[in-house]
Design a protein around this ligand. Structure first.
Ligand SMILES: [Zn+2]
Ligand SMILES: [Zn+2]
Ligand SMILES: [Zn+2]
Ligand SMILES: [Zn+2]
Ligand SMILES: [Zn+2]
Ligand SMILES: [Zn+2]
Ligand SMILES: [Zn+2]
Length: 203
């Protein structure tokens, strides 16, 4: 009963407003934009961050540059062996053999009881012995570089590459968004008032 009465009451009010001849159209400040005519919206170009990522011009987007220390080889020549990986045997001065100490290189026995011209037993008459240190090769493997002749470049750890200093290996750098000038927001004409700042209402 009460409900019916209320709805009846409001219906008649509504009709009264519609039919009232004294109402007039006035302009009010648009509530959407507070009368400014525009709203600030998140910049789509930079997702509101104010920055966009662009290809790094320093490394062309690859993220690294050739190592300046090793010119991209990743290797550092071993200074101890000059890059050869081996060095002269210090025991035999690189000859690979040593003069026989028993016969002083003559190959002949010098012992008084040996018959003349008998061969030196130590060197079988050769006058020399193979160097035990280098097995007769005259060269020793360089222990500093393990025979490789080079060591990994200290700067790039042997990769031959250095992370680009500008983008730190990312290949992209962040620059100020030109769309919003780094603000992250863009002025947009208010759709509710079409930029007027005012809307028409009935009073
Ligand atoms: Zn870069
Ligand atoms: Zn070496
Ligand atoms: Zn000998
Ligand atoms: Zn030797
Ligand atoms: Zn290097
Ligand atoms: Zn932006
Ligand atoms: Zn507006």
């Amino acid at each position: 009963m009460k409900r019916t009465f209320l709805s009846l009451y409001f219906s008649s009010m509504f009709i009264a407003v519609l039919l009232c001849s004294c109402h007039s159209v006035i302009k009010k400040d648009c509530e959407t934009c507070n009368g400014d005519g525009y709203t600030m919206e998140e910049c789509e170009e930079c997702d509101g961050t104010g920055f966009v990522a662009v290809t790094c011009r320093e490394c062309d987007g690859v993220g690294y540059e050739e190592c300046t220390f090793c010119f991209g080889t990743g290797r550092d020549e071993c200074t101890l062996c000059g890059g050869k990986g081996s060095k002269e045997c210090v025991d035999c001065n690189g000859y690979g053999r040593k003069r026989c100490t028993s016969c002083n290189g003559s190959g002949r026995s010098s012992l008084w009881y040996d018959s003349d011209n008998s061969l030196c037993l130590t060197c079988s008459g050769r006058g020399y012995e193979d160097c035990n240190t280098c097995y007769g090769t005259g060269r020793e493997r360089c222990s500093s570089c393990n025979g490789r002749g080079y060591e990994d470049c200290f700067s790039c750890n042997g990769t031959g590459r250095d992370n680009c200093s500008l983008c730190n290996g990312l290949g992209k750098v962040k620059v100020r968004c030109s769309e919003c000038d780094g603000d992250g927001e863009i002025k947009k004409t208010c759709e509710d008032c079409d930029g007027d700042g005012k809307v028409s209402v009935l009073e």
